[in-house]
Design a protein around this ligand. Structure first.
Ligand code: E9O
Length: 594
């Protein structure tokens, strides 16, 4: 799915700003067809943002169900004879969209875009009403998964009392989280573009395919370098061409060519145009290593979240730019989009800044399969979950396939891969990923042990989240290295695949200090990381370390969460804890691994 572009042929109109907003407390909006008329009794709500932290009302923050957004749009006069598309960057977790009372789109999944062709529904020179209902309920058919718990004992709970149970460690922020845009294309247009790159000698090989709609006679492709110099051309919907002495896209040293795809009519009239930034690079797993441009790559960085004060999970270029500057300052070269695909704006920034990305689907919290049903409902991870998982993989790869920054697909995080039912499930997901993109390795992120794991034969790289000294042997710094060594060797022995530690860390409350270190102090966080590093440095099959987490982040309320998860190396406001200086010294220092 192409990112909307303004380029003289295509036009984009941003719909960010204040929208009318209403919480459907009585769950009546669909039945009463709220979309047919302007919403009554609304409050102001910024788009993009999570709505949860913006009012002073607990009932709004913790609402389970639908909320409604609405705004008026005008269609510019110049848009006559254009195809007009309404596109939502993401709405968490489900959305239905109407234009002038007509349903135009339905989308399940909170972290990927959806759009609708609304050309025939909008009127030039008049007010057009866009209504979007967003629902935050998570059940077992969703990713992330969850379930609604109902409380039957009316002597203890009010009638109809329910809670949204989630089995993941981030606040279930909801709302329209990414920009909403109107954009145009000509009536005959470029629908999608796929680019794959290779390197032969010092030349870049670019293989592309273009899909179009309408009457299109020919496709032309021109490649421009960063100085806007034309370096190669090609023709046809599927083809490949060479850029001589290509400038490669490298981690920390990004270089992007601009590929301009242009369609023409029979008469040679230019119809549509799309510019795609393309980084020439290769990625593959070879034995114990992951090679980018045939050079071993060691991942230094973090698991992150799209999370900040007030905005919640709302896309914010201010936070994105600050985070990238901090990543570079600390010597990180990569991050994982834990635990969902991040905004397209962030991915485009990573392409430009040369940061390497592990792109993850929102498959988190899948710790209960049908065979271990013990808690609330009958249904746990099931066929519908798998169907949705495959759908999300398709949407993610469709959106992110052309990003040079993405070097690997992460198909799930902390799944109960010890259970029998996980094997066919993960196998199906892993195979789908390969089928859709054979140019990138895939991985799954484990918190299980090698002796019980049933699925790692289906992935190329093994990722581990390990919490010695924290969730096990809490506070025992002296055991970490030994435990880590043992486990790493067992994983390698069993699968002979490269390993990235995608999570290790400790909560530290900024400003808490003690010597000797105790848990929750800044000193303990440093010492814990240091013990892990002693182990990582010994094993050549360990190809990366990503600390959990980049910054403190919001979670649901819980006894082990003091105003959120405090494993950040930066506070939620992006101020460094002491461990940031320790990591900076390690990552910018010398090490045979990098
Ligand atoms: C996922 C991440 O979203 N991994 C969690 C992180 C945490 O801080 C969370 O924020 O809790 C850790 C999972 C730890 C499982 C440890 C199992 C140890 C068994 C003894």
């Amino acid at each position: 799915m192409l990112y909307p572009l303004d380029n003289g042929i295509r036009e984009v109109k941003e719909l960010s700003g204040l929208w009318n907003f209403k919480v459907d407390f009585k769950n009546e909006g669909f039945e009463k067809r709220w979309y047919e008329n302007p919403l009554a009794d609304t409050i102001e709500m910024p788009v993009p943002s999570s709505y949860n932290d913006l009012t002073t009302d607990t009932a709004i923050r913790d609402h389970i169900g639908d909320v409604w957004y609405e705004r008026i749009i005008f269609i510019p006069n110049g848009w006559v004879n254009q195809r007009i598309v309404l596109r939502v960057g993401s709405a968490t977790n489900h959305a239905v969209m109407w234009v002038n009372g007509q349903e135009v789109a339905r989308h399940k999944g909170g972290y990927l875009p959806f759009e609708a062709d609304i050309t025939d529904l909008v009127k030039q020179g008049e007010k057009n009403r866009v209504t979007i209902a967003v629902n935050n309920i998570l059940d077992w058919s969703c990713l992330p998964s969850g379930e609604i718990k109902t409380y039957k004992d009316t002597s203890k709970y009010p009638e109809g009392y329910k809670t949204q149970e989630t089995y993941f460690d981030f606040f279930n922020y909801s709302g329209i989280h990414r920009p909403v845009r109107l954009y145009t294309t000509p009536k005959s247009y470029i629908e999608d573009v796929t680019v794959q790159t290779d390197i032969q000698d010092s030349n870049g090989v670019i293989k592309y395919s273009v899909s179009t709609q309408g009457d299109i006679a020919s496709v032309k492709v021109s490649a421009f370098d960063e100085n806007n110099k034309l370096v190669a051309t090609s023709k046809g919907k599927n083809n490949q061409f060479i850029i001589k002495n290509a400038h490669l896209w490298e981690p920390g040293n990004a270089y992007l060519y601009s590929l301009v795809f242009q369609t023409e009519s029979e008469q040679g009239v230019v119809q549509d145009r799309y510019e795609l930034p393309v980084g020439i690079r290769t990625v593959r797993v070879a034995g114990k290593q992951l090679l980018i441009n045939e050079k071993p790559f060691y991942f230094k960085g973090f698991g992150k979240h799209e999370d900040s004060d007030l905005h919640g999970r709302g896309m914010d270029e201010v936070i994105n730019v600050k985070d990238f500057n901090l990543l570079k300052w600390i010597g990180a070269n990569s991050f994982r989009t834990s635990h969902y695909p991040y905004s397209e704006e962030l991915m485009r920034l990573a392409d430009r800044e040369g940061l390497v990305v592990l792109d993850e689907v929102p498959a988190v919290g899948m710790c209960f399969w049908s065979e271990t049903n013990t808690v609330f409902n009958e249904e746990r991870v099931n066929e519908q979950t798998l169907e949705h998982h495959l759908q999300v993989i398709r949407e993610m790869i469709k959106r992110d396939k052309n990003h040079p920054c993405v070097v690997m697909w992460s198909i799930a995080n902390e799944v109960a891969t010890n259970e029998e039912a996980s094997e066919p499930y993960i196998r199906a997901v892993a195979e789908e990923t390969k089928k859709l993109d054979s140019t990138r390795p895939n991985t799954i992120v484990h918190t299980m042990w090698p002796s019980v794991d049933r699925v790692s034969q289906y992935v190329d790289v093994i990722c581990l989240n390990k919490y010695f000294g924290w969730y096990s042997d809490h506070g025992k710094l002296d055991l970490i290295e030994k435990h880590m060594d043992k486990e790493l060797l067992e994983w390698y022995e069993k699968y002979k695949k490269p390993i990235i530690i995608t999570e290790y860390g400790a909560d530290a409350i900024a400003g808490y200090h003690q010597v000797p270190a105790v848990t929750f102090t800044e000193e303990f966080q440093i010492e814990l990381l240091h013990q892990f590093h002693k182990s990582f440095d010994k094993h050549d099959f360990v190809i990366g370390e990503q600390v959990w987490a980049f910054a403190d982040f919001a979670t649901k309320q819980g006894l082990t969460r003091v105003v959120g998860n405090k494993k950040g190396i930066f506070t939620r406001q992006r101020h460094p804890k002491s461990a940031a200086f320790y990591l900076q010294k390690r990552w910018l220092g010398k090490n045979p691994k990098w």
